[in-house]
Design a protein around this ligand. Structure first.
Ligand SMILES: Nc1ncnc2c1ncn2[C@@H]1O[C@H](COP(=O)(O)OP(=O)(O)OP(=O)(O)O)[C@@H](O)[C@H]1O
Ligand SMILES: [Mg+2]
Length: 178
């Protein structure tokens, strides 16, 4: 590595965990952040807590994110590294923020049960199931980040989560050696 791009020993990357609502992002992030000792930033929660909400979509029964406000809030945090960012979208973040993007996927029958349990209305349920069936978030990730940064994980079972933990930790180990 050249002097110009050399990074300090304790530098940490930022990781994005994305995927359809209910696919298992939080479940994974909780474990991942504890094991890697990274900070878990759940963008939906941050937006809600700080009122980074533009308006409310009554049809889909969900808040509409004020992306600029969220971005301004995250910029200094991202500069420090060591963050695991969770969000069900990925195309509006600056590409430079993330050294890896993991897309959590889930079989749509399981996803259906999870979202039904959340009492999502029919419209919201259908649009999220379609999002998963069409691989919308994976496509979004591939459109927004270099292909070699984007990885797919499964979020259906505990075994999936264990495997995902290993995958991300292995990625981190390789990144540190670079
Ligand atoms: N790998 C897994 N094994 C077993 N259960 C899981 C797994 N991942 C998620 N779940 C369960 O599925 C439900 C939804 O998971 P989770 O909250 O992690 O989804 P999410 O992707 O973070 O959704 P959102 O986009 O709304 O934040 C939770 O009840 C969670 O316990
Ligand atoms: Mg979540």
């Amino acid at each position: 590595m050249s002097k110009m791009t050399e990074r300090s020993e304790d530098a940490k990357p930022n990781i994005l965990i994305t995927g359809t609502p209910g696919a298992g992002k939080s479940y994974l992030c909780e474990r991942l952040s504890a094991q890697l000792k990274f900070d878990w930033l759940d963008c939906s929660k941050i937006a809600k807590d700080n009122n980074f909400i533009e308006e409310y979509d009554d049809e889909y029964d969900c808040p509409i994110l004020d992306e600029d406000k969220l971005m301004d809030h995250l910029e200094p945090i991202m500069a420090k590294g060591g963050n695991i960012v969770e969000y069900h979208g990925c195309d509006f973040f600056p590409e430079r923020w993330f050294q890896a993007v993991f897309v959590v996927t889930c079989p749509n029958t399981t996803l259906y049960d999870r979202l039904k349990e959340r009492k999502y209305n029919e419209k919201k349920l259908t649009s999220n199931i379609e999002c998963e069936i069409f691989g919308t978030i994976l496509e979004e990730a591939k459109d927004s980040y270099k292909e070699d940064k984007v990885f797919v994980l499964r979020g259906e079972t505990r075994q999936d989560a264990d495997k995902s933990l290993k995958t991300v930790k292995n990625w981190y180990r390789t990144w540190k050696r670079k």
